[in-house]
Design a protein around this ligand. Structure first.
Ligand SMILES: [Mg+2]
Length: 181
């Protein structure tokens, strides 16, 4: 499978709050792996808001939750200590996803990764073999320099997807691009 194809999300929603979790449940999803930066909080925030905590806690009735981030221990533990978490996940590599999988004790097919980046979150999810849900970044302008570089590559990949996979682009990426780039 081409790199571009692996970066195409299985589903797109505006934010973690807009995701159709019932649909994911019906698809057999038992564990949700949430990216941290710009998925649950902006880069310039350090704590999950009370609203986000309440929302995630309600999801625990139906799903296991792991927060999986490329950020360091200090940042991830401070923000996500209420849940199992993985730091230095090194997405788009899959070693962090393997660590996260051990925490939920579910087969890969029962896992859904939710994140805001194609080149790290979507790509790692598809390399790993789980479902990939894309959301808009919480606060686009707060991207760190690493992410800004990723976004340049992301633009190239998006261009290729829009040419080669026009239907998937229209369905799952157009709105993200309009909101993000
Ligand atoms: Mg992110």
């Amino acid at each position: 499978m081409s790199l571009a194809k692996r970066c195409i999300p299985d589903y797109y929603f505006k934010s973690i709050y807009a995701i159709d979790y019932q649909m994911l449940k019906e698809q057999g999803v038992k564990a949700l792996f949430f990216d941290l930066d710009n998925t649950l909080i902006a880069y310039d925030e350090t704590q999950l808001s009370a609203h986000t905590l309440e929302f995630l806690n309600a999801l625990l009735e139906d799903f296991k939750i792991v927060v999986i981030s490329n950020s360091n221990y200090q940042r991830v533990s401070k923000a996500a200590h209420k849940y199992p978490f993985v730091w230095h996940a090194a997405k788009p590599m899959i070693k962090g996803l393997k660590r996260a999988l051990k925490k939920v004790d579910e087969p890969i097919e029962h896992v859904c990764l939710i994140g805001d980046q194609l080149m790290t979150d979507m790509l790692s999810a598809h390399r790993f073999g789980c479902i990939a849900v894309l959301v808009n970044p919480v606060k686009r302008t707060s991207d760190r320099w690493m992410t800004k570089i990723n976004r340049i590559f992301e633009k190239c990949v998006i261009k290729r997807i829009s040419k080669k996979y026009a239907d998937a682009y229209a369905e799952r990426l157009k709105e993200y691009v309009e909101n993000t780039l």
